[in-house]
Design a protein around this ligand. Structure first.
Ligand code: DC
Length: 231
């Protein structure tokens, strides 16, 4: 499969602050990003939810997951916006699987990246995903790479899936995550990469408040120093 070729972001000095939060599933991105946005009064954008919304529409409309043309058209449509689909519907396991497939389609990525960039033109944003600090906003004012060890991430996923407390299930989830990390790290077209200038934040064993506090302090320091985004 071909890697998505996406034009560089030309808006070198965006007027509004952009905070990019990337990292693997289960690192705590959604909870942390939402809370950081809340504290700063920025708009929170979950880019993964947009890939999920495309997948959900495709499943509902019977669009084949290898029909790149129709999937790109869907992704460009007005119905795909953050928050455009009910949260429960886009979190269903079959939608997760379909989202992973549609997110590998270059035209879908191009369409969603354009929308993500537009959103930062009118407001300060905290955007979470896999490629926000590398592809969507290489010039983001603050870049965070959030991580946690596979066991902790598995525990969080188990809580999300309602299977916390099931020891065997947790072991299985931890093994699955470790395997997926390995695959992602070695896949040439994986969207998840750490930007060289991202701040690494490991959430293992830390409270949400502690992690959020660290990131908010970083953003405040960066915005007080008046430094714009780097090109
Ligand atoms: O973070 P999530 O699980 O909601 O993401 C859903 C899917 O979309 C997942 O397969 C990763 C992919 N994704 C992506 O490729 N790029 C992003 N910026 C965000 C998510």
């Amino acid at each position: 499969m071909m890697a998505a070729r996406i034009a560089p972001y030309n808006n070198i000095l965006p007027q509004h602050m952009i905070v990019a939060i990337d990292g693997p599933a289960g690192a705590g991105k959604s909870t942390v990003a939402r809370a950081v946005a809340g504290e700063l009064g920025y708009v929170y954008i979950d880019s993964g939810a947009m890939y999920r919304a495309v997948a959900l529409e495709a499943l509902r409309e019977g669009v084949a997951l290898d029909d790149h043309i129709r999937l790109e058209r869907l992704a460009r449509g007005d119905r795909i916006r953050p928050g455009s689909s009910a949260d429960d519907a886009i979190r269903a396991p079959e939608v997760s699987a379909a989202a992973s497939r549609v997110s590998a389609i270059p035209g879908v990525r191009r369409a969603l990246v354009e929308k993500q960039r537009e959103m930062a033109e009118s407001a300060a944003v905290v955007m979470e995903g896999r490629d926000i600090g590398t592809v969507v906003f290489p010039g983001a004012h603050v870049k965070i790479y959030l991580d946690a060890d596979p066991r902790e991430r598995a525990r969080r996923r188990a809580i999300d899936l309602g299977s916390a407390g099931d020891r065997e299930e947790m072991e299985r989830l931890a093994a699955e995550l470790a395997e997926r990390d390995e695959r992602d790290a070695t896949r040439a077209d994986s969207p998840l990469r750490r930007a060289p200038d991202a701040v690494m934040v490991d959430t293992t064993g830390r409270t949400i408040g502690d992690v959020v506090g660290e990131i908010v302090a970083l953003v405040r320091a960066r915005s007080a120093s008046g430094k714009g985004a780097k090109g």
